[in-house]
Design a protein around this ligand. Structure first.
Ligand code: M6R
Length: 604
């Protein structure tokens, strides 16, 4: 959570920091602030969104060629101006993302040395600690300070007496951007794409000492570390709204392309992941179980993955929520493959779960969108989704891209393990290749329709989302989308479980969204569930392929082009995302920045 950006060069840092913070606002938007070095350290902070900071800067402009900025997702202390970053201690200013777990201890140490905290934040203590150790060399002061800190911290540091920018990384993300006569730090690549696509990805326990022409990286013992430069193929246009009212709508519109890009180069005559994974037949044949671990939307992708691994590749698979998994001490067999899924590649619980799997010597594969992120770097193998930058807090195109990798991977295992014959493989592959166009068609069919019905459906306060089998995770994801951006209560449930409890909620004030499976067996069972709801005066919304578009009792049917049941998650999620988007937009909410949420959850 929290976004950090830093600049050193010849330009005025202020506009750059502000643009950077705007691109990072999805990481937190409780407050923001910047500090630049002019003759002294000049700081402007504001509570709430970055527009408030911009307003203040209009009234009191500041300038400087070295600066740091921060957008906050509050952990310690209310989201007000005093608690906003940067925090300053005499000559030193810092921005911090993470949590200092031994804050009390450090506060006591600092108090003995005459320091008193003004804010309620743990972060302010870092500024005091660095200032306490400062003796004419900022790097040395930082090296001393980090040894006293427990917890997680990505920190940007400036000091009035030095033409330096320092970046510190420990268990929170921080990268260095390499410019021409200017250099940068940031929480991720998105804010730096307008200036560079060349990066140094810091590892935990590393410090970058940066001036406008040089970047030196040290470990926490002070030894210099040599790092390779990585280039990232995202463009700045991908991180802009491109005429859409919200990033979320743009990102839903991009879903077909996101899936196409993710499949690109990975299917020729067959599924070819050999190049990327470099696994031999023996390794693959030894895999007798897959454990998938993730959070939020990525977890729902994992549930779909579990389903297809079992039902298509016939490999036992489980899907676990990372925040639960990591404390369960589940015994992992040597022949288990451990897969983590994460858009950001920084989610703390997912990262820790993988670290547990590694401690058990289990092979780890990550499915990640953000190139060079911590999870991607820590896993033994990585398959990147090529969704491009996802800015809206509500995940959409990353989800369908994660599905694309899971389908590719399932077909890849099926081929090597020979659990599908050639004809079956060919049929599945052909349908997978048609999915990007079908997603685009689904978007076109439903966009206007959901906008028209938004005023009516935004009146309800509670929704049930019901799905069976492979569509159950899509019911969960559809409900999550509605609650996170529209603040309407929505519960995802297995349709068959409805009569074991949730049916008690049904009356004319609680609509049920039914996902109609394109399969005769499951269809009839779902139609019976619809009758159970309509006979209790519950409103029905159905999502169905065009083959089943006439659903008796449904007040609204959102359709998709026809597809097999196994591929239906790709298409059914699109009208549900659009439905949630249209309601949130109609209600006038800040769709891209829903309250209390952050895009990347780097605290546990
Ligand atoms: O970056 P990750 O995929 O690891 O993030 C996991 C969740 O935090 C994320 O999917 C969250 O649930 C989104 N807000 C959903 O829209």
């Amino acid at each position: 959570m929290c976004g950090i950006v830093g600049y050193i060069g010849k330009k005025n840092a202020v506009p750059l920091l502000i643009e950077g913070l705007k691109a990072l606002e999805y990481r937190g938007y409780d407050s923001s602030g910047i500090s630049v070095i002019d003759k002294k350290i000049e700081t402007i902070k504001a509570s709430g969104k970055i527009v408030n900071l911009i307003d203040k800067l209009f009234k009191r402009p500041i300038n400087g060629n070295i600066g740091i900025g921060h957008t906050r997702w509050a952990t310690h202390g209310e989201p007000n101006e005093i608690n906003a970053h940067p925090h300053q201690s005499r000559e030193v200013a810092i921005v911090h993302n993470g949590i200092i777990e031994n804050a009390k201890e450090i506060e006591a140490f600092l108090a003995k040395n005459g320091y008193k905290r003004k804010s309620q934040t743990d972060s302010e203590l870092i500024a005091h600690l660095i200032n306490y150790f400062y003796n004419g060399n900022l790097l040395n002061a930082c090296l001393k300070a980090v040894h006293m800190l427990n917890g997680s911290f990505a920190v940007g540091v400036i000091c009035r007496r030095e033409k330096k920018l320092i970046g510190i990384k420990y268990k929170s993300p921080l990268i260095v951007g390499i410019g021409n006569g200017e250099n940068f730090i940031a929480s991720d690549v998105a804010p730096l794409l307008p200036y560079t696509n060349r990066f140094l990805f810091l590892e935990d326990g590393e410090i970058a000492e940066i001036d406008e022409d040089n970047i030196r990286i040290f470990d926490f013992r002070g030894s210099e570390v040599k790092k390779d430069i990585s280039t990232v193929d995202w463009t700045k246009e991908q991180a802009e709204k491109g005429g859409y009212k919200h990033f979320m709508l743009k990102e839903i519109a991009e879903e077909g392309d996101a899936v196409r890009n993710t499949l690109l180069g990975r299917i020729d005559d067959n599924i070819s992941l050999e190049e990327e994974l470099k696994w031999n037949g023996k390794f693959i044949n030894n895999i007798n179980k897959v454990v998938l671990v993730a959070c939020g939307t990525s977890y729902y992708a994992a549930l779909v993955g579990r389903y297809i691994l079992q039902n298509v590749a016939h490999i036992p698979a489980t899907a676990e929520v990372a925040s639960e998994f990591r404390y369960e001490n589940i015994l992992l067999d040597r022949n288990t493959l451990f897969i983590v899924i994460s858009q950001s590649g920084e989610t703390a619980d997912t990262l820790e779960s993988m670290s547990y799997a590694k401690s058990q010597n289990i092979p780890t594969l990550s499915i990640v969108n953000v190139q060079g992120s911590s999870i991607a770097r820590m896993s033994d193998y990585v398959l990147y989704t090529h969704a491009g930058p996802e800015i809206s807090v509500a995940s959409t195109k990353a989800f369908v891209s994660q599905l694309a990798i899971l389908y590719l991977f399932t077909l890849f295992l099926s081929r090597t393990k020979r659990t599908l014959n050639n004809q079956q493989l060919k049929d599945y592959t052909e349908e997978l290749l048609k999915i990007p166009d079908k997603i685009n068609e689904t978007f076109e069919i439903n966009l206007q329709k959901v906008q028209n019905i938004a005023p009516y459906y935004s009146q309800f306060k509670n929704y049930l989302y019901l799905g069976r089998g492979i569509l159950y995770p899509i019911a969960l994801e559809g409900a999550l989308k509605l609650k996170e951006i529209s603040y309407l209560h929505a519960e995802g449930y297995a349709a068959g479980e409805m009569k074991h409890g949730p049916i008690a909620l049904i009356d004319k004030t609680t609509p049920s969204v039914f996902l109609i499976p394109p399969s005769p067996l499951l269809l009839n069972k779902t139609l019976s569930n619809i009758k159970e709801v309509s006979s209790r005066k519950g409103e029905i919304i159905a999502v169905a392929t065009d083959k089943y578009e006439k659903i008796e009792d449904a007040g609204l049917v959102l359709t998709t082009p026809s597809t097999d049941l196994i591929f239906s998650p790709f298409l059914y999620i699109v009208p549900l995302q659009l439905f949630a988007y249209s309601i949130a937009n109609y209600l006038g909410y800040d769709v891209d920045h829903p309250r209390n949420l952050a895009k990347s959850v780097t605290v546990e």
